[in-house]
Write a protein that binds this ligand. Sequence first.
Ligand code: DHB
Length: 313
Amino acid sequence: MTLQQINTSSTIAEVNLSNYIINASGPRCTTEDELINLAQSDSAAIMTKSCTLLPRSGNPEPRYQTLEHGSVQSMGLPNLGYQAYLDMLPRLKQYNKPVIVSISGLSISDNVEMVSKFQQSEADLLEVNFSCPNVPGKPQLGYDFEQTEKALAAITKLGDKPLGIKLPAYFDMNHFETVANILKKFPIKFISSINSIGNTLVIDADTESTIIKPNSGLGGLCGSYIKPIGLANVRTFRSLLPKEICIFGVGGVYTGIDAFEYLLAGADAVQVATCYQEQGSECFTRLNNELSTILASKGYKDINEVKGKLQTI
Ligand code: DHB
């Protein structure tokens, strides 16, 4: 069997993805040039940087640092403002690839305004970010269950385009159940799980200092450090949510094996952030090859033979 015969295509809310791997909102997806580069890559979709009502230059630098097994960042939502992404959409759509717009309002009313606008656009999917940890004074929506419900009630009645939300990591079974029960009340079509682990501290012992400037050195932890947390969140939400709600697995995908693990945990597709930041868009080609190679070596022809099939001992 050749690698091309392995089926890794997937569907999120009836939007077809030609393979299992796309970029995550975050790195290298802010400018039109970056998004066109994604359009021309093997990423199965074009995901935009989370946008806000107005353009933002983000937090002071240094605000991103590479670590041995990942990264830590406090970017502060640098983006061109939602209007720029609205204007760009017809040009991005010329590449015949799904476009997913990430929306990260600083308030529920900002989210309502942006979701309304993108409901009338050519975007294929909308991912509303409930978990940005890096804007001082703005807590992560996904950790406030009352606000989460209020926000979902507001943003899910604005049109028929499939809507998903980007969740923070949860660590307690009660929280998983509470969030799943809230999600079930609304026509949410997918979740992306997880965002970076917010407000972590990396210290340089040599300089006896923080390594990023914003928020007194606290930032979102990304990469391999957080993969076991991402896998647990995907697996737990898969068991709690109806199968109609799709799941993007996010957190620590660097290799085909990482993607395969998210597949076992039940993810419908994975998103790649730090690895893409570090390696550029060639990583999508490599990841696809590696995932197909693993599937072939195990005798699988299709991701659906593996999805959610994690064994327990
Ligand atoms: C940023 C970081 C995030 O983890 C996120 O979800 C959105 C924005 C940022 O700092 O830009």
